[in-house]
Design a protein around this ligand. Structure first.
Ligand code: ADP
Ligand code: MG
Length: 437
């Protein structure tokens, strides 16, 4: 259970290489599981540890997501851990109102590559990353962002306060809408009848069908980077280019309710497993510095996600460069946007000496170009000033360098920004006008 530096599930595919002993289980459409109760329909996604399939539950006549773990011992161990956490989650949420995915069932499945632990989860729709892509990396309307934020915060408040659990890998890929964006892909709305037995000659889950090849091609299109406040070398502050406008998709009909998934890296606050947690772009400063962490690491990731939803760009997408590491670049970018890190925090971690001198200045990146969240929203993303100010007021405390000063999910849920309904559509329209002319 280690962190990943990039998301697996949206880039390329899971690859043939891992379909071997100890690895993924190859699935054919129509394959039965758990003595015939679940029938595989199509692949929904994959991660470092598993492939996830749409399956038809013949007992309840409904669709479920079947997560089939790789078979090697460390993956089985991780799955047992995930099942423990998922059971606690479902157990404490009988009304299924806390915006976290529910575990329905679990079992073992033996195949040519070994014995695989399988989790049956409620079937959810597209990830927020897909939503961001579908929207051409333009920011979502703020009312939609608010709706999504409310769901994420509801789940975090539940995990943190009621369960004592830290997710540790919150990112757009791990938050799924409750419904699918594309009706044709929705097994219920599309009206397709479920596959109940294996058709002759279909290929295994490694891919190779025409549909798979098209999907692969689309996925290979690199994920666009990022909110470069300024390119580190050579450019000037103030020359922030406005994001070009593309014809936005109509997002009106899409239900923004969503749930948090992927508890493969989650832990109990009083029983942690790893020092290095979180996916790079959503990683909190105390994790980079190794100063210890708690619930507030999830709040940091949440702040990064809220920014990304409203602008279409990742808040921080660090790169290594000439003479400095990705970590140091990450810290520099944080400071350029949020101000200088207080010295006590900067020098307080086990890894501080790798990056900071004793004055609390970065060792290798000396000249920082300071900016503010509010200016960035106005100048680069063309937010009207009141919206930029209100949104920055909501985000800034969440992105505090001092973990203990960050508001809790419960406190965030009370924030006036989440209750705003003013400006409605005009805000988005004004941004388009600004960008176009
Ligand atoms: P891993 O632990 O291997 O990273 P995840 O739990 O993140 O696995 O699942 C991998 C992918 O499968 C997700 O990114 C998502 O696309 C899809 N997926 C996971 N759970 C569900 C679900 N309940 N409903 C629909 N799709 C799902
Ligand atoms: Mg995952």
């Amino acid at each position: 259970m280690s962190c990943s530096s990039s998301s697996g599930s949206e880039e390329d595919d899971e690859g043939f290489d891992s379909y071997r002993k100890g690895g993924y289980h190859a699935v054919r459409l129509g394959d039965p599981f758990a003595g015939g109760r679940y029938i595989a329909q199509r692949k929904l996604g994959w991660g470092e540890f598993s492939t996830v399939w749409l399956a038809y539950d013949t007992r309840t006549s409904s669709y479920v997501a079947l997560k089939i773990q790789k078979s090697a011992q460390q993956f089985a161990q991780a799955a047992l851990h995930e099942i423990e956490l998922l059971s606690a989650i479902a157990g404490g949420d009988p009304d299924n109102s806390k915006c976290v995915v529910h575990l329905i069932d679990h079992f073992k499945h033996t195949g040519p590559n070994g014995q695989h632990l399988c989790m049956v989860l409620e079937f959810l729709g597209d990830s927020l990353l897909r939503l961001i892509k579908y929207n051409h990396y333009e920011g979502l309307e703020l009312n939609k962002v608010r709706e999504i934020c409310r769901c994420i915060l509801t789940s975090l408040d539940y995990m943190h306060r009621e369960l004592g659990m830290i997710h540790t890998d919150l990112k757009p890929e791990n938050i799924l809408l409750c419904s699918t964006i594309d009706t044709a892909k929705d097994p219920v709305r599309s009206g397709l009848t479920p596959i109940l037995e294996r058709p002759e000659g279909n290929l295994n889950g490694g891919g190779g069908t025409t549909m798979n090849l098209i999907e692969k091609k689309l996925k290979r299109r690199a994920r666009r980077a990022v909110a470069n406040i300024s390119e580190r070398r050579g450019s000037m502050v103030g020359t922030v280019e406005a994001v070009p406008s593309k014809a936005g998709r109509n997002m009106d009909g899409i239900d923004m309710r969503c749930k948090v998934v992927d508890f493969g890296n989650a832990c109990w606050a009083d029983k942690k497993f790893a020092e290095e947690i979180q996916t790079r772009q959503y990683r909190a400063p105390e994790v980079i510095l190794q100063s210890g962490y708690s619930f507030s690491v999830d709040m940091w990731s949440f702040g990064c996600i809220a920014f990304e939803l409203s602008t279409g760009d990742m808040l921080f997408a660090p790169k290594d460069g000439n003479g400095y590491s990705e970590d140091e670049d990450h810290l520099a970018r944080m400071m350029e946007l949020l101000g200088k890190m207080p010295r006590k925090i900067a020098i307080g971690g086990a890894r501080s000496k790798d990056f900071f001198d004793r004055h609390g200045d970065l060792k290798r990146i000396r000249r920082l170009k300071y900016w503010t969240l509010e200016r960035l929203l106005i100048d680069k993303y063309r937010f009207p000033e009141p919206e930029a100010r209100e949104f920055a007021e909501f985000l800034s405390p969440i992105l505090d360098f001092a973990p203990e000063k960050r508001p809790s999910a419960q406190e965030c849920l009370q924030h006036p920004w989440l209750k705003l309904r003013a400006h409605e559509k005009t805000e988005q329209e004004m941004r388009k006008l600004h960008i176009n002319g």
